[in-house]
Design a protein around this ligand. Structure first.
Ligand code: HMG
Ligand code: MG
Length: 312
């Protein structure tokens, strides 16, 4: 099977995951979570969002999180910014990479940022050049590429056109989002094929949510087509609060376990990553959907019971 030798996992749990949690996670727990993910070998991580706290109260402590995390050299840390105000706060908090975001469908875009797609692109004109001038790299997300919770099917050409506009602005990588987890492998091949006909693979990442269990299959197809950056969320934390039905992201452990078992390198220590997710499940107060995590915790519990029996 044709696969890349190495894949970059772009961890989005602290942002995409925690933005959707009902429980207010204390800032210190967020910082510990991020530090433990970095300690597991993750080298690209989205730590928070500088968005309106009225829209996303879960991440209202963005500046404290950005100032509180350790920043070992060689680790790329990004934060979402929707507008110039978000960029300014992100810069003041020491961020060196920011990410802008918009949707391929008008209705989701309006629900998510209260603007049309054209207005959102105009707002990026105030963000991307200013970030580049400050020596800050800019990533971008295009949401609802594979389907919209309000409009249903989305024309794949919308994503192709937006990737072009975003790269022309100076964005270094565009992540194609399956916001509600409806993509299938055949559709993934179609969309990625259209995008890669016009853009190099290193400028594109994939961001699958796992609502219907197809995220790993979609990643496999994407990698076979040359994609080497995969967004994932520790434990499968996540969703989008402005996309009804959007469940957890593809779980980082699940994709890392699959990659390692096929000999694809990620640089991540799976045991340390699993431990970070286990801790996250305690502070969000519920089980996380990652299949690998569940299997690992089950194995640990069985080993504990065996040891207790032997000791008694
Ligand atoms: P708005 O209400 O239209 O704009 O929101 P506004 O300018 O009237 O601002 C409203 C209030 O927020 C004002 O405060 C502003 O000052 C303040 P007030 O005067 O009422 O006290 N404000 C801010 N505060 C802090 N930081 C800022 C900021 N900007 C304004 N940067 C806005 C427009 C874009 C701000 C809002 O819609 C928003 O923040 N939306 C964010 C939504 C969001 O974060 N969604 C989830 C992330 S996207 C996602 O998850 C998908 C992804 O994972 C990919 C995928 O899965 O497809 C990326
Ligand atoms: Mg997402």
């Amino acid at each position: 099977m044709k696969l890349p030798a190495e894949v970059t996992i772009y961890e989005v749990g602290p942002r995409d995951g925690l933005q959707n949690e009902a429980r207010n996670v204390p800032t210190a727990d967020k910082i510990r979570f991020i530090d433990s993910l970095v300690a597991s070998g993750i080298r690209s991580i989205e730590i928070t969002s500088f968005v309106s706290p009225k829209w996303i109260p879960q991440l209202a402590d963005a500046a404290e999180v950005a100032r509180g995390v350790q920043r070992p050299p060689g680790v790329l840390m990004s934060a979402l910014v929707p507008n110039r105000r978000g960029l300014d706060t992100a810069l003041a908090s020491g961020m060196k990479v920011v990410a802008v975001f918009l949707s391929a469908s008008e209705t989701h875009n309006k629900k998510n940022v209260n603007k049309t797609i054209a207005e959102t692109l105009a707002a990026f004109d105030e963000v991307v050049p200013a970030a580049r001038a400050a020596n800050v790299q800019v990533r971008a997300y295009v949401s609802t590429v594979f389907g919209c919770p309000y409009e249903g099917d989305v024309d794949p050409q919308a994503a192709v056109d937006l990737v072009g506009k975003l790269r022309d602005m100076g964005v270094y990588q565009v992540s194609l989002g399956d916001t509600i987890g409806v993509a299938n492998p055949a559709q993934t091949e179609d969309v990625i094929g259209r995008v890669l006909a016009k853009h190099p693979a290193e400028a594109i990442a994939v961001h699958f949510h796992d609502t219907q269990g197809t995220a790993l299959a979609n990643c496999l197809v994407s990698m076979q087509m040359g994609i080497t950056t995969i967004d994932a969320s520790a434990g499968g934390l996540g969703g989008c609060p402005y996309a009804p039905g959007a469940s957890g992201n593809l779980a980082t452990e699940d994709v890392v376990a699959m990659l390692h078992s096929m000999g694809v390198k990620t640089g991540i220590d799976l045991d340390k990553l699993t431990e970070a997710s286990r801790t996250a499940s305690t502070f969000v107060g519920h089980e996380l959907p990652s299949k690998y995590l569940k299997a690992h915790l089950g194995k640990q519990a069985r080993a504990r019971r065996r040891a207790e029996k032997l000791g008694s």
